[in-house]
Structures are given as C-alpha cells and as structure tokens.
Design a protein around this ligand. Structure first.
Ligand SMILES: Cc1cc2nc3c(=O)[nH]c(=O)nc-3n(C[C@H](O)[C@H](O)[C@H](O)COP(=O)(O)OP(=O)(O)OC[C@H]3O[C@@H](n4cnc5c(N)ncnc54)[C@H](O)[C@@H]3O)c2cc1C
Length: 389
C-alpha cells in the first residue's frame, strides 16, 4: 500500500469507529491505491475522467452509499464520509464524481422525486449504469442561485425550459441532468435525459484545477418535458440547498483525504531531503509547518466524526455542515500550499501528488458555497443578522 495513503490518527479516533466503518475505509483505500493512483496523473495531464473506474466504484457500493433501498448500500453517514475521504486522498475530481452522482443527483431524486422516478433512476444510478449531473449554477449566478435566469413555462400538460447552466460536474457524461429552474411558484427541479431535443452539453476546457473531472456547460433551448420529468416534491430554493448540504458533508470529509496525502508526502520528503547540515525535518521552521498540518488534519477528523454521528442521529444542522466544509477545505488548501513549499522545486512537478491536490483544492474551496459564503452562513447563525446582501 502506498505510504501516502497511510492513516494519520494522532488521537486514536479509530477506536471510535465500528469494524464495518473501518472495513469500508480499508476497501476504498485499497481501491484507490491499486486502481486510481497508477493513472491519475495521466488523467490530470490529459484532462480526462477515469470512466473505467465507474463499474468498480458501483460494485463497491459507493454510489448513493448512505441512501436506503433502491439498490443503495444503506451505510451510515460515517462510513459514507470515510469513502469520500479515501477517494479524495486519491483525487478531488474522483470524489467530485462520486459526490455529484450520490449526494446531488441521486439524493435529489430520493428526496424530491416521485416513486416512479425513484424506481426508474436510483437502482441504475447505484449500479453506475446511469450517470447524473446537477445543474444549479449559471454563468451569472453562482453564490446567489436564487437569481437564476433559467425558466420553465407551462405548455399544456408539460413544460418548456430555456436557460444556461455552467460549471456542471459530469455534464457531458451524464445520462440524466437534474436542472433547477424558475416557475411561477418559485424554483423547482427537472430531470432531463441526454438526447432530449434542445438540450446540449459542452465541456469547459483549459482548467488548471479538477483536470481529471469533467466540467460542462448545459444549454437549454426550448426543451420540452412532460410533467412526469418534474421533481414533484421540490418546492423552492430549499430543495437544491438540501442537496448541497448532503454534498458539502461529503466534501468536508474528502478534504481531509487530500490534506493527508499532502502532509504524508511533505513529511516523507522533509525526512529524506538534506540541505545544509541535516534533513529538512530537523529544522524548526519546517517542523512548525508539519506540526500545523498534522494538528489541522486531526481537528478536521474530529469535526467530521462528530458531524457524522450527529447526522446519523438526525441532529446535524446545515450550519454544522457549513462549519465543517469551510474549516476543513480552507485548512486542506493551506496544508497543500505548505506541502508544496516544503517540496521546493519538486513541489511543482507531477512526480509528487501535491501540486495536483493543491490546484484541485482551489475548486473545492470555491464550489458548494465558497469559504466566504459559509462564513456568512455561520455569521448569520451566531448573530441573527444576515450579511449576504
Ligand atoms: C470545477 C467546478 C465544478 C463545479 N461543479 C458544479 C456542479 O456540478 N453544479 C453546480 O451547480 N455548480 C458547480 N460549480 C459551481 C460552483 O458551485 C460555483 O462556482 C460557486 O457557487 C461560486 O460561484 P461563482 O463561481 O459564480 O462565484 P461568485 O458567486 O461570483 O463569487 C466570487 C467571489 O465573490 C465572493 N462573494 C460572492 N457573494 C458574496 C457576498 N455576498 N459577500 C462576500 N463575498 C461574496 C465569493 O465568496 C467569491 O470569493 C462548480 C465549480 C467548479 C469550479
């Protein structure tokens, strides 16, 4: 097993995990070591998604892992979080794929779909036979999705949709897009299958971050849908926001994995690289950086474990998730940047995973609510004053 994937468990948190949770983590860790790491730098360099991994991920129960029924694994939220952590120890793009499939697309159908929609899509999505994407962001509306311009207007018994969604993970490889649009009553969601006339997806190229993940623009030009394509229980912005809370929960765990890989790499490098009289690890300034990394990873692990247990008890609030997403991703990004620094010139080449993780984490810090937007969510929570507008 790769040294970089070894656990960091300063406070013995493993004692608080069940044997099933540890087994799930080990299985995903091995999958990442054997099947992801050997090719991930090539995929990142070529801007390609490793679609060959999808059947195996499905076989391991990773899609909709914490959903019950419909062919989903029905794991608890800590096991689900550990899956995200190990996937992102490999690459944030791979974790993004799993998050979008599970927490955004499958969850949207699970929570807001009709029984017929659940039966039609969820088992096939759990098996990785159908891929989903989640279209909320628009070219001019990111942090403020309530300003969206995509419109659905009634047309007899059906709907006609027009608009553009941008920065949509999995867009061009998705068989079904969950698209959020404004109707007279507010915001609701629609299921749009690939090939529907008027609907098209185009990849966004030239990214320096998440290069091993597909990011697309979705264009809707007079897309005609039956009412059976509408998510009947999705009423208002709170529906997509509930999906985002699910995804942000997984991201908070995932960021620990990326940070851990960077820390492990920097620690090993500092121990072996000699400058002046000793290994880098023997200098106080370098130790300060390493200790800070280890401390922040350990704190992030504690936050996630507590959050996961609260979620299983039905006591996690969206603000708890904002706390974890904001803190863990912000710290992971700082850790990746510090690791890059410790590696010196070697920190910029793909012989080491650090620069890839660092670049990926720039996206993770921005999507699913930027660091600052989560600050505003928490600021509103503790002061009672909304500072968004
Ligand atoms: C690789 C990638 C994949 C993505 N995948 C998806 C996806 O699958 N589905 C989807 O719907 N979206 C997706 N997104 C979009 C992502 O969620 C948005 O980029 C994010 O919400 C931020 O929106 P924005 O980029 O428009 O930035 P903006 O909202 O324009 O924000 C720009 C800056 O202004 C700050 N800001 C904004 N409002 C305020 C305020 N009120 N007070 C203070 N500061 C503020 C922000 O914090 C940020 O620093 C993805 C993005 C990327 C990069």
């Amino acid at each position: 097993m790769s040294e970089l994937l070894n656990d960091l468990d300063f406070f013995g948190l493993d004692d608080l995990l069940s044997s099933e949770e540890k087994m799930t983590r080990t299985t995903v860790k091995q999958f990442v070591a054997r099947e992801v790491l050997p090719n991930i730098e090539r995929h990142f360099a070529d801007e390609t998604f490793a679609s060959e991994l999808v059947p195996r991920m499905a076989e391991l129960g990773m899609f909709g892992a914490n959903l019950k029924g419909y062919g989903c694994a029905g794991m608890n939220n800590v096991a689900y979080g550990l899956i995200m952590q190990e996937l992102e120890a490999g690459d944030s793009g791979l974790r993004s794929f799993a998050s979008v499939q599970s927490a955004l697309s499958m969850y949207a159908i699970y929570a807001f779909g009709s029984e017929q929609q659940k039966q039609r899509y969820l088992p096939e999505m759990a098996r990785g036979k159908l891929i989903g994407c989640f279209g909320l962001t628009e070219p001019d509306h990111g942090s403020d999705p309530g300003g969206m311009e995509t419109r659905a207007r009634r047309d007899g018994h059906g709907w006609v949709l027009n608009g553009t969604k941008r920065w949509i993970t999995n867009g061009t490889i998705a068989n079904v897009a969950i698209v959020w649009a404004k109707v007279d009553e507010g915001i609701t969601g629609f299921l749009i299958e690939k090939g529907t006339p008027g609907f098209s997806a185009h990849d966004i190229k030239g990214k320096f971050s998440m290069r091993a993940s597909i990011t697309s623009e979705l264009v809707l030009e007079d897309v005609r849908l039956d009412d059976s394509s509408r998510l009947p229980e999705a009423r208002g912005l709170k529906a997509p926001l509930a999906c985002l809370t699910q995804a942000r929960y997984g991201i908070a765990w995932g960021a620990i994995g990326a940070a851990r890989t960077c820390y492990r790499c920097a620690l090993a490098y500092a121990k072996s690289r000699k400058q002046f009289s000793r290994p880098l690890a023997g200098y106080q300034l370098v130790q300060n950086k390493l200790v800070r990394m280890m401390t922040e990873i350990t704190k992030a692990q504690m936050v996630c474990l507590r959050l996961g247990r609260l979620k299983d008890e039905g006591k996690a609030r969206p603000e708890h998730v904002s706390f974890a997403k904001r803190n863990n991703v912000g710290e992971a990004l700082d850790i990746a940047r510090a690791a890059r620094d410790i590696l010196g010139a070697n920190g910029i080449v793909n012989e080491y995973p650090v620069i890839r993780h660092m670049l990926n984490l720039e996206t993770v810090n921005t999507y699913e609510g930027t660091y600052d937007i989560h600050t505003l969510i928490l600021g509103r929570d503790i002061t009672g004053e909304s500072a968004f507008e």
